[in-house]
Design a protein around this ligand. Structure first.
Ligand SMILES: Cc1cc2nc3c(=O)[nH]c(=O)nc-3n(C[C@H](O)[C@H](O)[C@H](O)COP(=O)(O)OP(=O)(O)OC[C@H]3O[C@@H](n4cnc5c(N)ncnc54)[C@H](O)[C@@H]3O)c2cc1C
Length: 390
């Protein structure tokens, strides 16, 4: 790929990893990483975990130091938002109207929190968590003993509810499913997560839907019950930030993610455009289909593939996607293609550790483990090989 000047839009893990891998592969083009946040690229996973629990400070989150950027000749523009890309002209335009020449554009814009379409969800006092600033606002809004309502029982909602409870905050967690992540993970895992939350004193209200938020702090549910809180936090999913691609005619999925091949190349009529991380819907060569994942490790992995594609033209994404989540003191590891299963079989031990094997058409399509790393690693191999679960 011709790549005299590479501009990477988005300074999260996927963007940074692209720059890092490109240099590691010997790429010598000029590289500019543009990020709208004012910070060095930083780790998001602690924003609902160690940071909230007070175990890590904001200054400990950076992925690389300033020195790394200088030593690797990667120009980092912080607090700079890209407003448009024109691959056919080879230009990336910033909000400040600065135009950056770019023979190659890498879209690494991540995703933004989704707010449900109900009255009051857009109120400025209703929180979401994506950035360090978001997390700090939530922490500042809640003293010990005060009440928070967290809406959404996905991993972000469960982690945040547990971490806030450990800070002494009284937490009500609202979810549409009977148990957290029942459809995604199956009955046993969902029960375990519910039990871990209960141990921490989190009040779980399943089978409940948000009807409205009043004045930014009173949650009304579909059963008309009202729940007052000092902070309401929506953890109701994310949308990929594919709008720059859409506006420049690059193919996106129905969900708005940029469709890329296994080398992370987008389908663009003109110019070299790649997409990585949460914003990408990438072809996984091992799965044989496009997948969209929202995982830290896969954002880094996409970047490694893109860096290789840019330097040598032969990057290929074939890893089984996977992530971890920590709910209070309990860590779950999950690897899966992520597009459904037919059977879930659980192996649990008296010490509380467990593994859930997920199968479809006789092949392993996912594995979830708690304190059973050897099963997790074995599971990844079985998923990649398309073999049955043990
Ligand atoms: C609170 C939280 C906890 C998480 N915990 C886990 C976990 O435990 N395990 C796990 O595997 N995953 C976890 N994730 C998911 C993981 O963090 C994401 O999948 C990962 O950050 C995606 O990386 P990315 O680089 O694609 O996007 P992002 O990390 O979102 O980075 C994209 C960056 O691009 C910037 N940007 C966007 N548009 C523009 C523009 N137009 N101009 C300039 N800059 C722009 C954004 O501001 C952002 O800084 C968590 C996510 C969150 C929010």
């Amino acid at each position: 790929m011709s790549a005299e000047r590479i501009v990477i839009v988005g300074a999260g893990p996927a963007g940074l990893s692209t720059a890092r891998a490109y240099r590691a592969c010997g790429g010598e083009a000029e590289v500019t990483l543009v990020g709208e946040e004012p910070l060095l690229p930083y780790r998001r996973p602690p924003l609902t975990k160690e940071l909230v629990r007070g175990e890590l400070g904001a200054h400990e989150l950076a992925i690389e130091t300033e020195d790394w950027f200088a030593a690797n000749d990667v120009k980092l523009l912080r607090g700079a938002r890209v407003t448009s890309i024109a691959p056919e002209e080879g230009v990336v335009t910033l909000e400040s109207y600065v135009r950056l020449p770019a023979e190659t554009i890498v879209l690494a814009a991540g995703s933004r929190p989704a707010r449900p379409p109900i009255a009051g969800a857009e109120h400025p006092d209703v929180h979401t968590i994506r950035t360090l600033a978001d997390s700090e606002r939530v922490i500042a809004a809640l003293d010990s003993g005060q009440r928070a309502v967290v809406v959404g029982t996905g991993f972000i909602g469960c982690e945040l509810a547990a971490s806030l409870a450990l800070r002494g905050v009284a937490v009500t967690l609202i979810g549409q499913e009977r148990l957290p992540q029942l459809a995604r993970l199956g009955e046993l895992a969902a029960r375990r997560i519910a039990a871990w939350l209960a141990e921490l004193g989190v009040e779980l209200r399943g089978e409940s839907s948000l009807a409205a938020v009043h004045e930014g702090r009173i949650v009304e549910l579909d059963d008309k019950s009202r729940h007052d809180a000092c902070a309401v936090i929506l953890a109701t999913g994310v949308h990929p930030r594919g709008e720059l691609a859409q506006a420049s005619g690059i193919q996106t999925s129905d969900a708005g993610a940029v469709i890329v091949d296994a080398a992370m190349r987008a389908r663009s009529a003109h110019g070299n455009v790649l997409a990585v991380g949460d914003v990408a819907c990438a072809f996984n060569a091992c799965a044989g289909r496009h997948l969209r994942v929202e995982h830290w490790g896969d954002a880094l992995g996409h970047g490694e593939v893109a860096g290789r594609t840019l330097a040598h033209g032969d990057g290929c994404w074939e890893e089984v996607p996977g992530f971890w989540s920590t709910i209070g003191a309990h860590t779950l590891k999950y690897a899966a293609w992520g597009d459904g299963f037919e059977d879930a079989r659980t192996v649990s031990a008296p010490d509380g550790s467990f593994t859930v094997w997920y199968e479809r058409d006789g092949a392993t399509v996912g594995v979830l483990t708690h304190e059973r790393d050897e099963d997790y690693e074995r599971g990844r191999e079985l998923i990649a090989a398309g073999e049955p679960a043990p």
